[in-house]
Write a protein that binds this ligand. Sequence first.
Ligand code: GDP
Ligand code: IMO
Ligand code: MG
Length: 426
Amino acid sequence: MAVTVVVGSQWGDEGKGKIVDLIAPEFDIVARYQGGANAGHTIQWGDQTQVLHLIPSGAFADGVTCVIGNGVVVDPCVLVREISAVHDLGFNLEGRLWIARNAHCIVPWHLVLDSAREATASDQAIGTTRRGIGPAYVDKVARSGIRMGDLLCTDLLAARLRGLAREKNHLLTEVFGQRAIHPDEVIEAYAAFGRKLRPYLTDTPALLHQALAEGRSVLAEGAQGSLLDLDFGTYPFVTSSSPTAGGACTGLGIPPGAIERVIGITKAYCTRVGNGPFPTELDGSAGAFLQAAGVEFGATTGRLRRCGWLDLVALRYACQLNGFTGLALTKIDVLTGLDTINVCIDYRIADRKGIGYSSAVSTLEKVEPVYRTIPGWTQPVIGATSFDELPDAAHALIRQISLFTGLPIDMVSTGPKRHQIIHLGS
Ligand code: GDP
Ligand code: IMO
Ligand code: MG
């Protein structure tokens, strides 16, 4: 089965964690390829709920190896806590979790800079998760970053942190009026993280190459969503990495030809956390309904998620970017109780129709969605496990998405728990 990539097709929080956890037992390895602790992937089974920020969502699948790839920016403080939380749930990750030695590391300057930039940007603020993601990728690209492997050698770590501190403290104090962070405050703490994480650090590209050569299968787990992609999203209201399928190659070191399937995780409506255009956003009672029924609070920051109707124009763009081979439709149960359901099938500006998706903020702010309205349903569908249990109106919605995108809907998720799923395709 080589490599399957799971990608969010919207603005994140589509239910990637739920689907990755569900299908993880079919794979040998689950590997995160980008982002960092800005991600919050929720997994529910039995009466347990766990939100994972860095550890791949295969953590609770017996015998499955987890990899944090080189494309991820790792906050070692969050990771150490997360390993311990997973351990407390009865899942030992030693010998099962591998972290790329060449993954970049979030250091305290990144966290302060992320917040300081947001605070001073006022109406230009991105609405980041303030997890230091942007500043960490800046340093990676500038070739001044700290890598996870650097934590293993205190002398090297100290030299690199001192070099970074010179630049970053200038920014902190002179540009943002913040207190400087003395490198000595950081060196010992990060060396201690290194000692804790040493058993997990390895050459993950080599591990993955060997696994693929031996015929083992890999599930690459994306974070965020296609419409937040650094290049293809609504710049500057984007994240600083490539959540789209191509990011799996650079974020893990695997060749494009190894990818056999790309599953687009699509929520039955849309949400967005943070700022930026959102053509189908709902301000009124339907938006409040989706927010309440879908429990739309950020899994990382607890912020309210903005809600809106499903946007098929944007979804088609995500299909083009990722080459999805199929979709997993999530949270269809949340639509129960709405009188009517809208899906956006076109954009128009004044009387000009047929405007395709544009990642340009100035255009996307102007477009008005053209909706197709389908009847709602009242019968609860939560926990349904077969297509026949869904009402005709839900069948119509599923067909509409499939027809519009030209893709099979492989799975329909009918609740947050692992078993609340309808398998339709391969
Ligand atoms: P991710 O970031 O894509 O992994 O998604 P999040 O975990 O941030 O947000 C998805 C939320 O919806 C979580 O609270 C999940 O437990 C929940 N969820 C996932 N699938 C379903 C579903 O089919 N129905 C309902 N009601 N909730 C779901
Ligand atoms: P998962 O993996 C939803 C959003 C932020 C902000 C923008 C930039 O759980 O789907 P950043 O902190 O990355 O610099 O913020 O991206 N964002 C997410 N929105 N789900 C996420 O992850 C997100 N990660 C970042 O709200 O708008
Ligand atoms: Mg999330």
